[in-house]
Write a protein that binds this ligand. Structure first.
Ligand code: C5P
Length: 305
């Protein structure tokens, strides 16, 4: 094998309930993830060294601030795979990892996690390492809370810090309009603000209502059950976000903060997607509008030779 091409999806949290911090500093979550048909592509080719490069077609996504060294999540995924097989030092296999980025950066859509998941799948095949799905999921959990979901895709109930997953059946296709912004919010900062605003937080609230609505398939029922406990802290750090969410809801739209923000997600039925995307692009010219549908597949091989 000398070349493998993998696609890995963005995600949105349909519900994100957060509890008080655990002794390890992470927050217990009760969440429902949905994978979206916005993919980062990773092409890996055999090479002597391990390197990563990133391009964005049509400059759709701002990639200038992304690291290209060992701290890049795709590079960390590569190193984690090699470590597990004891393949370190001179003679360890290398690869050129080329990422085509379409998932907004630092937007709460788990683009970095998608790249880590994509690298795990692609390099497991390129280097013929033979890790099974369960082993890859364990390695993924060490790389980040959202990485196991990027492997699995579709819709899943997440617990723990987001890495303990159970598939959820859904009865409809969901169309989304994302309003992404360049003034990113740091995920740890949003969680810290959650702690400041909720000093007494215990266990996260359950996501039972949202999961029941997904089974019914009604977009309005799903929209009514969507909730994100990081919305208040994100709006506290960036008040304009809170104002936008308020306006969108006053217009009768099903709007929610995506993950830890600052992206806002609007759920709609597929027939209205185009019109709502156009309307929001005209209304919020300082944001980038992205239309997407879910559920979509997890990180998967598209070509291998
Ligand atoms: O797991 P991941 O590296 O994506 O998390 C990034 C940061 O987000 C963590 O360092 C932590 O500050 C915060 N986080 C958290 N609780 C979670 C997930 C993430 O506090 N369940």
């Amino acid at each position: 094998m000398h070349r493998v091409l993998v696609s890995a999806p963005a995600k949105v949290n349909l519900a994100l309930r957060v509890g008080g911090p655990r002794p390890d500093g992470f927050h217990p979550l009760d969440t429902v993830f949905e994978a979206l048909d916005v993919f980062d592509d990773l092409e890996v080719t055999a090479a002597d060294e391990l390197t990563v490069d990133i391009t964005s077609p049509g400059d759709a996504v701002a990639i200038a601030d992304l690291p290209l060294d060992g701290s890049n999540l795709a590079m960390r995924a590569a190193t984690a795979l090699l470590d597990r097989r004891g393949l370190t030092g001179p003679g360890a296999p290398g690869a050129r990892i080329s990422i085509t980025k379409r998932i907004p950066v630092a937007g709460g859509m788990a683009g970095g996690s998608a790249d880590a998941a994509g690298a795990l799948v692609a390099l497991n095949k390129l280097w013929d390492l033979g890790f099974g799905a369960d082993e890859l999921e364990r390695i993924a959990a060490d790389l980040g809370s959202d990485v196991p979901f990027a492997l699995k895709g579709s819709v899943a109930h997440g617990q723990g810090r987001g890495e303990l997953l159970e598939a959820v059946q859904v009865a409809s296709v969901h169309a989304w309009v994302f309003l992404t912004r360049s003034d990113g919010l740091s995920t740890p900062a949003v969680f810290r603000e959650f702690d400041r605003l909720n000093p007494q937080a215990g266990d996260p609230a359950p996501t039972t209502d949202l999961r029941a609505a997904l089974e019914s398939g009604s977009i309005d029922d799903i929209g009514a059950a969507m909730v994100n406990d990081l919305e208040e802290p994100a709006a506290s750090l960036n008040p304009e976000l809170g104002q936008m969410l308020g306006q969108l809801r006053a217009d009768g739209l099903h709007a929610i903060l995506s993950g830890s923000g600052p992206t806002i997600a609007v759920l709609t039925d597929p027939d209205s997607l185009h019109a709502i995307a156009q309307q929001l692009a005209a209304r919020y010219p300082h944001t980038t509008v992205l239309a997407a549908c879910g559920p979509a597949a997890g990180a998967h091989v598209r070509e291998a030779e």
